[in-house]
Structures are given as C-alpha cells and as structure tokens.
Design a protein around this ligand. Structure first.
Ligand SMILES: [Zn+2]
Length: 218
C-alpha cells in the first residue's frame, strides 16, 4: 500500500507490490549515499569507482529489462525510481502503479542486493506495462506478478536461501518462490485471509512458467 513506506504519497494509484524481506543475516546496511550511487550504477547513470560497496559495471539484466520496457512503450525514467529509508521490517522495496519503484536503502547491503531488488521491481513494472487491465487489487494478478518477480529475479537462488538460513536444497527454488510470493500478496489489503494462498495456488503453473520478457529464466 501507499504510505506503508512512510512516504506519505497519496493513495491514488492503487496497491503497491512490496518486495518481501525475509533476510535473516545481519542488519548492517550501506550508507544512503552509496545506495543512491548503487542505484545509479545499476541504471548506468554514473561511475561509482569511489564507492567501496559498489561495482562499476551496470547490471546486464537491469539493462535488458529497461530495454524491454522501452520497447513495450513504458520507458523507465529516472524519476520513477526513488531511494529512501523505509523504516519497515517487512519489505525491501516496492513497485506501485503510477508511483514507480522504491528502493529501501536502509535494507540494502551491497550492489548485488540493489540490482536484484531493481530486477524484481522492474518485473512488476513490466507486468504493469504489458498485462492488459492489470489490477493490483486483484489477488490473482498480484500473485502472478510476485511469482514471476521472485522466480525471474534470482531472489530464490540457493546461495541467497542459504544466507537466509533456509538449508533445504531439493525443491528449494519453487518453495522459496511460493513462500515469498505469498508473503507479498498477504501484505495486499485486498487479499487477506485465505485469499492470498488461494490466489498463489490458482495461478502457480501458468505464472511460474511465464518467463517473459526472458526466453528462459535468467
Ligand atoms: Zn514483489
């Protein structure tokens, strides 16, 4: 939801797809200045050689998604991405229709995490652009986008799961995608009770296998 991040943005654009935060590691985050530079780096806006947390190469997946957004008629403009301290324990960032992408800098610890969050939120932005009549208040629509975003962003790569303390390897990826998608949909005020779980289950097969705009899972 708007306002969930403390931004005070008027709730005109509907529901935000918040990116779940279930990291169990330490809570040290990078300085805001580095976080902003990291976002700019991922978007190829500046050189970041003076920032020790950051890599200098732009992320190829972020670049690919931005190209696909542009092709689909929804170019990603700088003002659509904001860096802020969200003071939240349950999300790292969010995408809202008409609001754009929020990166919670108080949760970011590395360039990798920034890139990954941007990829996750850009998939929501892509869905918002290309899915006809995308309705974030519709639990199935939201669930589908969360399944895709968690699957395609590498949020559930086994190395990240190990860092979170989830050690089971077999079948971990799908379980992780489902768990994280469910957490995000549950935060949608239109999907309380069993609605979130029902929505995730009902669209699972179609949406887990829908890798657009990628040919296969990157
Ligand atoms: Zn999400």
């Amino acid at each position: 939801m708007s306002g969930m991040d403390g931004s005070g943005v008027p709730e005109t654009a509907g529901v935000e797809a918040a990116s779940s935060s279930d990291a169990r590691g330490d809570n040290r985050h990078m300085p805001s200045e580095d976080c902003v530079a990291g976002i700019n780096s991922a978007l190829q806006r500046m050189s970041v050689s003076k920032f020790p947390y950051l890599r200098c190469e732009p992320d190829p997946t972020v670049r690919f998604l931005r190209e696909q957004m542009e092709k689909a008629g929804c170019p990603v403009l700088p003002r659509m991405i904001r860096a802020m301290n969200c003071m939240s324990t349950n999300h790292n960032g969010s995408y809202g229709s008409g609001l754009g992408i929020t990166v919670c800098c108080d949760h970011m610890r590395s360039q990798d995490e920034i890139n990954q969050l941007l990829i996750h939120e850009l998939i929501h932005a892509y869905d918002d652009c290309v899915v006809k009549n995308m309705d974030w208040k519709n639990c199935a629509h939201h669930a589908c986008s969360e399944i895709r975003a968690n699957h395609l962003s590498g949020d559930c790569h086994y190395k990240r799961e190990l860092l979170r303390g989830f050690m089971k390897i077999r079948g971990h990826e799908q379980e992780c995608v489902k768990r994280r998608a469910l957490m995000s949909v549950k935060n949608n005020p239109y999907c309380s009770g069993t609605a979130a779980k029902d929505a995730v289950e009902s669209v699972w097969d179609i949406c887990y296998n829908d890798t657009r705009p990628f040919d296969r899972v990157p």
